[in-house]
Design a protein around this ligand. Structure first.
Ligand code: AMP
Length: 401
């Protein structure tokens, strides 16, 4: 899949609208706790500035649900970009209102404007055409560099592209990199290829799992989603997270794996707790002996040993979803140990998903991974074999003649 390339646009001195993904995690005081997504967008922003463009940046942050809410203001994002770019970044007080339009009109070459949170406008998530048109009217060129949101048909991601022809829109460097990386991973992985899939639920990752089976050699399951599979196998998993309506699907995934010769691994032991809390009583137990009413909140040491053994010979690892409730120290050990092992391996290691990226960063092994995707949901949809709505309008159509 070839995308319209930013390098082929004749943007010199023009106004360019860049859809970024600045949806960064914040602490309770509104400080940015991980600015990876902002740093990842700098290549495209700097490229446009080097072309003497006037740069309009736009992003969403959290879910303000169509209403202005200071909690979701991009003010601290503007400060961080300003710091990283070492040049002034002006923040408009609205998205397509008087302030944004007048600031966009007045914007000169090499100046940077950041629009307020796109989701202050209810039309953004509804792919509203009028909003798309207003956003498009601000600039001569449109660049999508927001991989993390490209699986959403939103106004600033999909609708807006219809107002630019092929000479006036393109994928930014980050979007290009993510798409090329996952396309190659799916088409030509170096084998053996293992997928480590964790996180809370089977439901969010079912399609990705099914699509991964024909590609991978091994699947290692962790996190809350393991219990739906374990229950399907007939184990009594106590009060662990189970999606009863997906038991059949879980069985189907395991049958498919067997048919395709994919080795499918489930935890053999867990850290079980009496309640979902850091201060809960907990104990190590095999998956056969989870006490009634207790819940498995992390993989246990035997599973860690097993998974290390299974991962020892792999050449490619794709990891999406933590092995346990890593946010609570007591249930983070399984995830941490797997993270260290994956980081130390010589395999190509790919981390997809906000939680997994957060986890590897918390323990300081993010630099050791080959690739950390900025989009959890988007990378899963790519692995499901889907063409993302924000990417589709940027694909170069091959002419047959
Ligand atoms: P996801 O968004 O589906 O990738 O899930 C990530 C979340 O799964 C994290 O917030 C974890 O705390 C949670 N999680 C992982 N393991 C478990 C478990 N055994 N029980 C409940 N939640 C879990």
């Amino acid at each position: 899949m070839e995308l319209l390339n930013i390098k082929n646009l004749d943007m010199s001195g023009k106004k360019v609208f860049i859809r970024c993904d600045f949806n960064v995690p914040m602490d309770e005081f509104g400080n940015i706790s991980d600015d990876r997504r902002i740093r990842s967008a700098l290549t495209t922003i700097n490229y446009c500035l080097d072309q003497d463009c006037a740069v309009i940046l736009a992003s969403h942050l959290g879910r303000p649900k169509g209403e202005v809410n200071e909690k979701y203001s991009l003010a601290s994002v503007a400060r961080r970009i300003q710091h990283l770019l070492k040049r002034e970044v002006v923040l408009s007080s609205d998205v397509v209102g008087e302030d944004a339009i007048s600031k966009a009109n007045a914007l000169k070459s090499c100046e940077v404007l950041l629009l307020e949170n796109l989701r202050y406008e209810a039309g953004e998530t509804e792919n509203d055409q009028i909003l798309s048109e207003k956003l498009a009217s601000m600039a001569d060129f449109y660049i999508n560099d927001a991989f993390g949101v490209s699986h959403r048909a939103h106004s600033s991601v999909e609708g807006v592209t219809h107002f630019f022809d092929e000479k006036h829109k393109a994928a930014g460097f980050l979007l290009q990199k993510e798409i090329q990386f996952f396309s190659k991973l799916i088409q030509k992985p170096v084998r053996p290829f293992a997928a480590i899939v964790g996180g809370s639920k089977v439901s969010g990752k079912l399609e990705a799992l099914i699509n991964l089976l024909p590609i991978v050699d091994k699947v290692l399951i962790g996190g809350g989603m393991a219990f739906t599979f374990l229950k399907k196998m007939g184990y009594d998993v106590g009060a662990s997270l189970v999606e009863d309506d997906l038991l059949e699907d879980a069985g189907h995934v395991m049958d498919e794996a067997k048919k395709l010769g994919v080795k499918f691994y489930l935890p053999v032991d867990v850290v079980a707790a009496e309640k979902f809390a850091e201060d809960s009583v907990s104990k190590l137990t095999s998956v056969q002996e989870i006490p009634e009413g207790w819940m498995g909140l992390d993989i246990g040491p035997a599973t860690v040993r097993l998974y290390r053994e299974v991962l020892a010979d792999v050449q490619t690892v794709l990891w999406n979803g933590p092995m346990g409730v890593y946010e609570m120290e007591k249930f983070a050990r399984g995830s941490n140990k797997i993270a260290h092992f994956v980081a130390d391996s010589y395999a190509t290691t790919v981390v997809g998903g906000g939680d997994t990226a957060d986890l590897v960063q918390r323990i300081g092994v993010d630099e050791e991974m080959s690739f950390i995707s900025t989009g959890g949901g988007a990378s899963l949809e790519l692995l499901e074999g889907k063409i993302l709505p924000g990417v589709a309008p940027l694909i170069i159509e091959k002419k047959n003649n």
